[in-house]
Design a protein around this ligand. Sequence first.
Ligand SMILES: [Zn+2]
Length: 757
Amino acid sequence: MILTKFVCKSAPKVIVNTRFITRFKNARTFASAIHNYKDESLKKLFDDLKYHELFQEKFHTQKYGLFRNEFLVDSSTGFQKLTDIVLRHSQRIVKDLLKTDGTNGKFIVAEFDRLSDLLCSVIDLCEFVRCAHTDEKIIAQSEDAYNRLFNFMNVLNTHRGLYDKIEQAVRIDKTQHQLGEEERIIADVFLMDFKKSAIDLEENKRKEFVTQSLKSATLGRKFFNNVVNRIQRYIKVPADELKGSNPFFSRTVLNEKGDHAYIPVNGQEGLHALINIANPSLRKKVYTESMYAKPDEIEVLESYLASKAELAAIVGKKSFADLQLSDKMVGNQDNVLEFLHTLASNNLRNVKSLSREVSRFKQQHLRLNELPTLDPWDRDFYLLRMKEAYARKLPSLHMNQSEIMCHMSVGTVMQGLSRLLNNLYGLRFEPATTWPGELWHPDVRKLHVYDDSGNVLGIVYCDLYARDGKGDGAAHFTIRSSRQLDESSSRDAELLGFHLDKRVSTDGSSYQLPVIVLSCNFDKSLSFAGRTCLHFWDVKTLFHEMGHAIHSIMGCTKYQNLAGTRCATDFVELPSILMEHFMSSPDVLPLYARHYLTDEPLKKEALENFIRMENLSSAFDNQRQVCLALVDQEYHSSNVIQPTFDSTKVYEEIINKWSGFNAVPNGAWQVQFGHLYGYSGTYYSYLFDSILANKVWSKLFAKRPLNREAGEKFLNAVLRWGGSRQPWLCLADALDDPRIAKGNHEVMETIGSWDLK
Ligand SMILES: [Zn+2]
């Protein structure tokens, strides 16, 4: 059974001192001189503090629950009721399935999909609530619901009777060809899931698998909670250690008396310290301290990794990676390692040359005769000096960061995204009405996605700003998928208390309207005349997440298990990374970057400068990603169950060998690597899909980005299919290169030689 949450790696960020950008929170509002575009209301929905109230059904007497789910009206019992219904109904479906004659393949596949839909509808909702909701009681309830459903799902995954039915359907289809293409793919997915769950083994082994799976899930959540709830660490130092540092930074860390400083070491704040502290020994302290882990954090991680390896061992696989990768595009771990090692050694040359360049700034700063070694705590400090020196040589814009941001209010960017999608696929966004109780926070805005015939194709909730208790980074959640509806799936949606929004396609089939949440962590306080404005890298993140949303909306399939982003996990980032290319195109810039008062488009030099600056450090950034992908592979290899396994040592070895920098001895950064939960051996996907997206961009869009013909080509080759077509076929189709369809070792080699942007 497939869970469908995608926590995305945020777009790589250029280090800029954002804290000191002039803010105009209280500036007076000027009368807008902008033209009255048809999509003006979309812009106002995000930029005008009051405008969204026009779309609230305030006076409606009926109360609605979260996402208009009738059970979630009552926050004290909603999840419990929903879970009871799902369990009762699922048990009935299982009973009917077991009574079914195994020759009825189509019925069996459809019922399996229903079962999976029922369970995942609520499990995915629980995951979303845990990451985004603000009400502790609802979060606790959703945790209970999650655990009950997850346990039940594990029982189903090891249910011999159910396995026999799907196995029989697949076997009979081989000779009688009773299943359609989509049914065959989905039947294989279920069969593979069963095989991953010890189904071929004896009863006691299957029970062992269920117990182990639960243990692994619990440890995984414990590990992830440790990452999310990590408390910021500070080091206390005498004020004179800050001598020569950025005075603005120093002021923020000094105590009231001004004799001591408390310096944060983790996350963005820690990075901020590293780029601003001039004293190398203090930087070293900050960097070393940022690698600190409590022994129990390491223990939780290592137990989690071991539990996954033990799970794989129960089903006869040599490692968890082996279990994970067999149904991915890459096929096996050897292919992944070959791909990553090729990438790492090609890029290491760029890392070394960049290190030499950055070292010159250290040499100059410390007035040394010889070129010094660049230590890891020097990297960000001197990289910024290099960028500043480089920026002085860039074409002069006479614009500061604030002026650039004035062109990218959230409303303008959303309007630009709508215009871009209109150019490519004939889609557009419009504000949608919200009902009492439907939203989980007042900052959330609801949109309808229309096609050019005026049909609503989907619903997108935008939860864009950071707040206490909300998960870090950006994420895309599928709350309801864009599946085809028949009598039973419509009944199920109603049974679960969801408002059944649907559309009818030209061939008369009904489809459920997909419901998507885009969650970001933008700083709401960076506002100009009441409008929150974004940095380029925020815009990039938003484009990325919108790529997932459009995939979810356009990937309409017969079965929910294959809808939208429910495709191979090493293919799913292709549409979202492709959207980052659009964001970086000077042709697209005037669509999303226009001054909030004058509507003047931003000068393209501003974007070009941003890209140049971003590319300056790309050798380091890419190598960091390759190293993390290698750590992820090593942590999901068979070595983790060896008594000698030491996650800190493995991390250290990979950093020493591939990063181009020396690792901090005993530094245990790995406990902060949250992607080990969820990605589990597939972290390479982002790099892999970056290469694929780069190729698709060059082939289809680089010359003329706003090109409907190319948009349609990508839509028909990739987006429309969701997971209902082999990804290699999608790629071959998009690139007009049938050789790629084979997806074999040779093709992997070819892809290894393509450029990583
Ligand atoms: Zn993503």
